[in-house]
Design a protein around this ligand. Structure first.
Ligand code: ADP
Ligand code: ASP
Ligand code: MG
Length: 440
């Protein structure tokens, strides 16, 4: 069985939902993972933000605006009155849940419940539309099988066991529809897989059912060799390896949630990226196979903080790095890049939740300096066999760019540089022009 995921734009209007229905209804049994309609999760994030600030009136207005938009969707999506009534009931139930959190003390569970409504609405409306059009469709409630543990990592064992169980309990259908993004946490409360998490839902389900393929359908024809939001004339990549795609997704290529590739790589399931607006295009295929040596693509990850710890005690000492790393471990804060010199170490983090406490503790080991608003630029390819000219090609391409850190040799697939965010776009453009030869 295949797992197909459709993103926000793909289900962003009644017309687009119909296009998705066309794509999936080939009579082959499949699981279809849907995101919220485009703009919805952003609006829900904003509503939750207002409620945290007790700005209830403005939150109420935003809720009203979102709700009336959905009423219009229902009106356009269904042909028969009974389905319009059913559609309005779906909308009512979700908006009553949202409104129930607008009084009393606002909590994290309140926020997570609000954020979940986008996917709950899109999947129910979509399944009802498919029914209206005579298709054999059933909903699989993601909250019955999608789960994260105390560390917010996917609980793959639980997901494997319960996905099979929920499918069996739901019964036979040609098309199963389920919610992306949402899950339960270790406390059994509603939670999510972070922004863009529907891609990750699809690959977790794919791994859980040993799917023959995972397809990520979006609003672009596949993985491009540079970020099309900042650079013109980017080119689509036909085929790329799991390792290369994982590096690009982890280091900011928005087309894939950072963790999407891991479950597929473990179970060796091909991932295909496809364009909902142009379904006949071949898209990009991600498999275990290397697509050959050479530089494939670049990506950028924003919101990076660089931390430099300088200490004369580091000179000739062992155990210094261990003590530094233990501070980050204690606060469950992953480190992305690292570089060392005789008496200093620089590293980067993107999670700044515990930054203040981390800095206080690091202070014990030496003088600490931070740079905020940095971006990691990640250059990905299969470097093996290209070692001789690789670094010089990259640095020539980056002539004139102020580089704060460099990481090379950590893997065969990437070289990363840290630049101020204000230089991100010029760096991506320089790499496009001088390294990827995008022809501008
Ligand atoms: P969806 O809502 O379908 O999940 P996203 O907006 O999350 O879609 O991801 C698709 C977008 O990712 C594209 O429209 C494009 O702007 C952006 N993007 C960033 N980097 C890349 C890349 N390297 N290749 C393709 N698209 C990219
Ligand atoms: N709707 C969620 C978001 O906007 C999840 C997703 O689209 O993948 O982040
Ligand atoms: Mg996405």
């Amino acid at each position: 069985m295949k797992v197909l995921k459709f993103g926000g734009t793909s289900v962003g209007s009644p017309e687009n939902m119909r296009a998705v229905m066309e794509i999936i209804t080939d009579r082959e049994q499949k699981i279809v993972v849907l995101s919220a309609m485009s703009g919805t999760t952003n609006a829900l994030v904003e509503i939750a933000g207002l409620l945290w600030k007790k700005n209830r009136d403005t939150a109420g207005m935003s809720i009203g605006k979102l709700e009336s938009g959905y009423k219009q969707v229902v009106n356009e999506l269904f042909n028969f009155d009974e389905n319009k009534i059913e559609g309005l009931k779906i909308i009512d139930a979700s908006f009553n849940t949202i409104k129930s959190f607008t009084s009393g003390k606002f909590t994290q569970t309140g926020e997570n419940s609000i954020l979940a409504q986008g996917e709950l609405i899109s999947t129910q409306l979509f399944a009802l539309m498919m029914k209206e059009n005579g298709h054999d469709v059933k909903l699989l409630p993601a909250l019955d099988f999608m789960k994260i543990d105390e560390d917010k990592s996917a609980d793959t064992q639980f997901i494997r066991q319960n996905t099979a169980k929920v499918i069996a309990e739901t019964g036979q259908a040609t098309y199963y529809i389920t919610q992306g993004y949402i899950c339960l946490n270790a406390e059994g409360e509603i939670d999510n897989l972070q922004r863009g998490g529907s891609d990750y839902t699809a690959s977790l389900i794919g791994a859980a059912i040993d799917a023959e393929e995972i397809q990520i359908w979006t609003d672009i024809d596949g993985f491009h060799n540079n970020d099309p939001r900042y650079v013109e004339n980017t080119r689509k990549i036909e085929q790329i390896s799991f390792n290369e795609a994982a590096e690009l997704a982890y280091f900011g290529a928005k087309i894939l949630h950072p963790q999407t590739v891991f479950p597929a790589r473990v179970h060796n399931i091909p991932v295909r990226l496809k364009n909902t607006m142009n379904p006949s295009d071949s898209g990009t295929l991600i498999t275990s196979e290397s697509s050959g040596a050479g530089i494939k693509a670049v990506a950028a990850k924003d919101g990076i903080t660089a931390i430099k710890i300088r200490s004369d005690r580091m000179l000739m000492a062992y155990g210094f790095l261990k003590r530094i790393f233990e501070v980050f471990e204690a606060y469950k804060t992953p480190i992305d890049m690292i570089s060392t010199s005789e008496v200093a170490v620089s590293l980067t983090v993107d999670n700044t939740e515990h930054l203040k406490k981390i800095l206080d503790e690091l202070d014990k080991y030496g003088s600490v300096e931070i740079n905020e608003n940095m971006s990691i630029i990640c250059i990905v390819g299969d470097i093996l066999g290209e070692e001789k000219g690789f670094a010089s090609k990259v640095f020539n391409a980056l002539d004139g760019i102020p580089i704060r850190m460099i990481s090379y040799g950590g893997s065969r697939y990437n070289i990363s540089v840290l630049v101020p965010n204000s230089h991100k776009e010029s760096t991506l453009r320089a790499l496009s022009k001088n390294l990827l030869n995008n022809g501008h």
